[in-house]
Design a protein around this ligand. Structure first.
Ligand SMILES: Nc1ncnc2c1ncn2[C@@H]1O[C@H](COP(=O)(O)OP(=O)(O)O)[C@@H](O)[C@H]1O
Ligand SMILES: [Mg+2]
Length: 484
């Protein structure tokens, strides 16, 4: 059964059930009909016997004793086999439709039957290979009989009538054949109807579904099923259609993301090379300028307003230098030097570095670390740089105080460090820009902190994500795999 298709499983099991039901009903109906036929026959035999008895009694009462034997012989019609009268006392046959039987003994079974029956009734018995209905009816020695036969015996004799079962058998056979043919036809027509209906209602749509699924499997997302039906198949079709649409959308989305990612990587590569070249070009002259200005500054006495200007220039040079350094890190990220270390210690170190600034700004730092986090294989310097970037960004958003919350958690073989601020939040349309290089909203910003952070986290096999709500705050989540 396992190798069969659903259609055949369904058809064969339904047919088996139908076969059993039709079989049981036909059989019990046949038995019922047979019983009716048999009862009819019994009544008929009873009637025949009664009529014969009355005929015999009439003949006797009318004193036509000589016609008795003739009457018996005349009774042998097509299904009355034998009629005889025997003496209940010794079983001797007194009269018979077969004259040569007279004087012989009756069959012992008939005597036995007669002596045990309470009321005369029709019974079936086998005789010389034939099955016959039989009835043993005592002829009572009634008053009119007693005129000739005296009062000695209560019973004059027993009338034994045997009627052939040939007709009954023929009727039974016809009934059986009819029932069999009828059941077979019913079964066959139901089977054909079932096969056709199953084919139209189930097989065809399922086959169409399978074919369509195969096309989808082959990458053709443009196919759709007919959804006009309102039954389960129709629902299945529309669910399937929306699934395919969803798949199509997802595939387009993946392709788009992939394309964007490729463009980003390409852009980064060229940008990175350019940035590295520019940074190298700037770095050395900048060091020279810085040194020269420091020398010039020594020529002015303390408190000279020009010295103030010069120190401003030095600060700007320092900022330029930082930008150049950031650019170099971004353009040529160094390979992470990974060691096994507790993430808690790295987070703690970063927190201690921003503590002073947080206090100055009136920002409260809340930390909550999950216990028993397994060690991570990471470059602590780089991860600390990422944490610092994110924490400093957060502090920048809370100039008038607030709360910086840092938590660690572990699940699904990865550690998540979450850094939340209570700053202004980031508008939804800006969220997608913050990881782009040189995107900044600050006068003194380089717009490289987050792109560098993302590079580092991705080099560790992790990811950095952001969620933000305007007026509530921003949360950065850094996820690092434990075996990374
Ligand atoms: N916690 C934060 N809340 C609000 N804006 C943020 C936050 N962190 C980053 N940003 C936005 O992302 C921009 C890019 O950040 P970053 O790459 O670190 O560069 P920079 O700090 O030099 O501006 C920031 O200028 C700021 O607009
Ligand atoms: Mg920054």
């Amino acid at each position: 059964m396992n190798g069969l298709s659903l259609k055949w499983k369904y058809i064969l099991s339904t047919l088996l059930i139908l076969f059993i039901i039709i079989g049981v009903f036909s059989f019990s109906n046949l038995k019922f009909q047979e019983r009716l036929l048999r009862e009819d026959d019994r009544e008929r035999v009873e009637l025949i016997t009664e009529i014969i008895k009355n005929g015999l009694v009439t003949i006797m009462l009318e004193g036509r004793g000589r016609e008795f034997q003739k009457f018996l012989e005349s009774l042998i019609a097509e299904d009355i086999e034998e009629v005889r009268i025997f003496d209940p006392k010794n079983g001797t046959i007194l009269a018979s439709s077969l004259p040569n039987e007279i004087g012989k003994k009756i069959y012992p079974e008939d005597r036995e039957k007669y002596s045990t029956q309470r009321n005369p009734e029709v019974f079936i018995h086998k005789k010389d290979g034939k099955t016959v209905y039989s009835m043993l009816l005592p002829i009572l020695n009634e008053r009119p009989c007693q005129r000739c036969h005296g009062q000695n015996d209560r019973i004059r004799g027993v009338l034994d009538v045997e009627v052939s079962m040939k007709k009954t058998k023929e009727r039974f056979d016809a009934l059986r054949t009819r029932t069999f043919v009828f059941s077979l036809l019913t079964f066959l027509s139901l089977a054909i109807a079932l096969a056709i209906v199953t084919n139209i209602l189930v097989s065809k749509p399922v086959e169409a579904l399978i074919q369509t699924m195969k096309r989808v499997e082959g990458g053709d997302f443009s196919v759709r099923l007919n959804t006009q039906r309102s039954d389960e198949i129709g629902k299945l079709a529309s669910t399937f259609n929306s699934m395919v649409s969803e798949l199509e959308r997802a595939r387009e989305e993946i392709q788009r993301c992939h394309l964007e990612e490729m463009q980003r990587i390409e852009k980064m590569a060229t940008l990175g090379e350019l940035a590295a070249a520019v940074a190298h070009e700037i770095k050395n002259p900048l060091a020279g300028i810085s040194g020269a200005i420091q020398v010039i500054s020594e020529d002015f006495p303390d408190g000279d307003p020009k010295k103030e200007v010069i120190s401003e220039v030095l600060k700007e040079i320092e900022r330029l230098d930082k930008t150049v350094r950031d650019l170099l890190v971004f353009a040529k990220p160094s390979e992470p030097k990974k060691i096994n270390i507790d993430i808690e210690s790295v987070v703690d170190k970063a927190v201690s570095l921003v503590k002073a600034r947080a206090e100055k700004q009136n920002v409260r730092i809340k930390t909550s670390y999950q216990d028993n986090i397994p060690q991570l294989n990471i470059d602590p310097q780089q991860i600390q740089q990422v944490l610092l970037n994110v924490m400093l960004n957060a502090l920048h958003e809370m100039p008038g105080g607030g709360t910086l919350t840092i938590t660690t958690s572990y699940d699904n073989h990865a550690v998540t460090i979450s850094i939340s601020d209570t700053g202004h939040g980031i508008p939804a349309d800006e969220l997608r820009n913050i990881f782009k290089p040189f995107y900044t909203t600050k006068h003194t910003g380089t717009g490289l902190g987050l792109p560098i952070s993302r590079n580092i986290i991705e080099a560790h096999g992790g990811e950095i994500t952001v969620e933000s709500e305007l007026g509530v705050g921003t949360t950065f989540k850094i996820r690092l795999p434990v075996n990374g």
